[in-house]
Design a protein around this ligand. Sequence first.
Ligand code: TRP
Length: 333
Amino acid sequence: MRRRTVLTGDRPTGPLHVGHYVGSLKNRLLLQQDSDQFIMLADLQALTDHVDNPEKVRENVIEVLLDYLSIGIDPTQSTIFIQSLIPQIAELTVIYLNLVTVNRLKRNPTIKTEIDQKGMGTNVTAGFLMYPVHQAADITVVKANCVPVGADQLPIIEQTNEILHSFNRIYKVDLFEKVEALIPKIGYRLPGIDGKQKMSKSLNNAIFLSDSADSVLKKVMSMYTDPTHLRVQDPGKVEGNAVFTYLDVFDPDEHAVRDLKLQYQNGGLGDVTLKKRLADILNSFLDPIRARRALFEKDKEAVFKIALAGSEKVKEVAAGTMREVKEALKLVY
Ligand code: TRP
């Protein structure tokens, strides 16, 4: 089997949270050890729904970069780069746009959900509607064959594969291989502290990788459990109880969690005891991340240079891909 080429990225619209960690960052830490991994700050994609707020995107490029480095993304193993610094991605997008219909774009479930959530209605811009095509260009400009993402991104990977299949068929080449989405098995949809929805900055229900220990404690103490569990001795529900969902993901002691669940269901275990346990576990997971972040924050210029050097490397790879693409399209002059 050929060595995996991995590409993944994030929109820099806010700091990353523990939901991102279990949903995709953790996979990237594993993948960087044995694959060629590219990690992209999707600043142009972020602008598709932040048209009037470029400052926010610009500020968060450095924040997300700090998040990557503090969780242990190693720039000697992974290439971190900035989307807008790679002009070939935009070029490839224009070429791919001929391989997808407007109706197909409108039917993309990820896009449909986002249009609803963000209240775009019929005012959706062409740029937003076509960002999955742009994303197909992100992935293929480095000829990636593996994309570690959350399950919400599956329809985009599917659309990418349709585009690649059309490209190979129409231009009678074998340039792009099928892209595989790597979805984590458990906890990929970590609920927010409200227990109901997916964790997200805009829903105000997130625990950030950069949160202080105090803030984590406060957030955990306010977490959704079982609203009918009023007194310690009452039996409580485990399903849909966010504290248990988090313990399932973060508590290394599975046996202890199983015992706690039984005790909770039988009555006799209070929410506060349980929440203190979770806050401690989350804080010991976040402590080394905080320590590394403090170090990197001291020299933001050096941190930025990592992304600039990565972008230079990607530009070279992208130039090679574009030569092949242009040859296939008879765009050689
Ligand atoms: N759409 C992704 C998100 O919202 C970010 C992203 C942009 C991405 N380009 C990508 C993810 C390429 C994987 C591969 O999280």
